[in-house]
Design a binder for this molecule. Structure first.
Ligand code: NAP
Length: 329
C-alpha cells in the first residue's frame, strides 16, 4: 500500500515537510518545451526529463539497488538525486544510509559514476532541525562525498531553508565548496522564491536548480512564483514526488474527479495514471525534470516514455480543474 507520506523530518518523523520555453502554436499545446526533446542541462551536462530519486533506496541488498540504478541509466535517466538525510525512513538504518548504499552501488559498477549527474542535498540536521551555516554545510558536503565515495558531486542542494543562516553565509559556503572542486553546481530545495532570490543575490555564479514538490497533487509552484522564477532565470526545476508519492496512482487522498480525469487522459494517450502524472509535470514550458521514486524497473521505463508524451493545453487545464475541484476562472 502506498502511504501518504513525506520525506523524513529532522526528527525522523514523517510530516509536512532551466532552460526556458516560450509558448508555441496551439497545435503544440502546453508541451511547448517539447517533452520529447532532451531535457535541460545541470552542471553543464544534459539530463533527461526524468530523474531517479533515491529517498526510497532502502530495504534491499546492494545487488538489487545496483540493478535498479542500472535499469534507470539504461532507460536514459542520468540525474540521480539523493540526500544525506535519506535513510531515516523506508526501512533505512539512519542518517546517511541511502548515500552509503549509493556509494557502494557506484563502487561496484566501474564507469557508472561518470554516466550520471550525481546530486545530493544537505542542511537538515536531526534534532536541530536545519543548519545551513557555513560550517555545517561544509561539514555536511564533505561527509556526503565520503559516504558516496566520490571526489565531487555534480549538484549540491540546500535541502530546506534555514532562515537563521544569512544567505550571504550560505552562498559563501557554496562558493568555497565549488572552488575546492567538491561540487560542480548548486541548487536549493523547498525554498520560497524570496529565499531563492536572497541566495542568488550573494552567488557569483548561476543557481542551477530548485527542487519543489510539484505534481497534480501539489500545484503550488504554478502560482507561487517558483516556476516563474525558473522561466525568468533559467534555473532548472526538479519536481519532487511527481506521482504525489504514489497517491496519484492509487487515488488515496486525491479528489475522485482527478482520478477519473487522469484515466480519461491515460486512455487517450495509451498511458496509465503514473504516465499522465509525469507527462503533466513535463508539460510545463520550464521543462521540469520529474524526480521519480519507483523501485520497479518496468515502471521506470514506462515513466521515461511517458515524459515524451505531449499533453495539449486543454488537457492540462482539464487536469488542473479536476485536481482542484473548481473550474478555472
Ligand atoms: N527535496 C525534498 O524535500 C524531497 C521530498 C520528497 C522527495 N524528494 C525527491 O523526489 C524523489 C521521488 O519521490 P517519490 O518517491 O515520492 O516520487 P513519486 O514518483 O511521486 O512516488 C514514488 C512512489 O509511487 C509508487 N507507485 C505506485 N504506483 C506506481 C506506478 N504505476 N508507477 C510508478 N510508481 C508508482 C512507487 O512504488 P513502487 O516502488 O512500488 O513502484 C513509489 O513508492 C525522492 O527520491 C527524492 O529524490 C525530494
Amino acid at each position: 500500500m502506498v502511504r501518504e507520506e513525506r520525506e523524513p523530518t529532522p526528527t525522523g518523523a514523517t510530516g509536512a515537510a532551466g532552460a526556458t520555453g516560450v509558448a508555441g502554436p496551439e497545435v503544440a499545446g502546453p508541451g511547448v518545451a517539447g517533452p520529447g526533446v532532451a531535457g535541460p542541462e545541470v552542471a553543464g551536462r544534459p539530463v533527461g526529463r526524468v530523474g531517479l530519486g533515491c529517498w526510497r533506496m532502502t530495504g534491499a541488498d546492494d545487488a538489487t539497488h545496483g540493478a535498479w540504478v542500472g535499469a534507470a541509466v539504461d532507460a536514459g535517466i542520468t540525474l540521480v538525486d539523493t540526500a544525506d538525510v535519506y535513510g531515516l525512513d523506508w526501512g533505512g538504518t539512519g542518517f546517511g544510509a541511502c548515500e552509503e548504499t549509493l556509494g557502494r552501488v557506484l563502487a561496484a559498477a566501474p564507469g557508472l559514476r561518470d554516466r550520471i549527474v550525481l546530486a545530493t542535498k544537505g542542511g537538515i540536521v536531526p534534532g536541530v532541525p536545519y543548519d545551513s551555516s557555513a560550517a555545517a554545510i561544509t561539514r555536511a558536503c564533505e561527509a556526503s562525498l565520503r559516504r558516496l565515495g566520490v571526489d565531487h558531486v555534480d549538484l549540491y542542494q540546500i535541502h530546506r531553508p534555514d532562515p537563521f543562516a544569512h544567505p550571504e553565509e550560505v552562498a559563501g559556503a557554496l562558493v568555497a565548496l565549488r572552488e575546492r572542486g567538491l561540487v560542480r553546481a548548486v541548487g536549493v530545495s523547498n525554498h520560497t522564491v524570496a529565499q531563492t532570490r536572497a541566495l542568488v543575490a550573494h552567488l557569483p555564479f548561476a543557481l542551477a536548480t530548485t527542487q519543489p514538490e510539484y505534481s497534480l497533487a501539489h500545484l503550488d509552484p504554478l502560482r507561487d512564483g517558483t516556476l516563474d522564477l525558473c522561466a525568468e532565470t533559467g534555473v532548472v526545476p526538479l519536481a519532487w514526488s511527481p506521482l504525489g508519492g504514489g497517491r496519484l496512482v492509487t487515488g488515496e487522498g486525491i479528489r475522485p474527479g482527478l482520478g477519473a480525469a487522469m484515466d480519461t487522459v491515460a486512455e487517450r494517450h495509451g498511458l496509465d495514471r503514473a504516465g499522465v502524472a509525469v507527462a503533466f509535470v513535463c508539460a510545463h514550458p520550464t521543462r521540469p525534470v520529474a524526480l521519480v521514486g519507483t523501485r520497479d524497473a518496468d515502471r521506470l521505463r514506462a515513466l521515461v516514455d511517458a515524459a515524451a508524451v505531449s499533453l495539449d493545453r486543454s488537457t492540462v487545464y482539464d487536469l488542473i480543474e479536476a485536481a482542484e475541484g473548481v473550474p478555472l476562472p
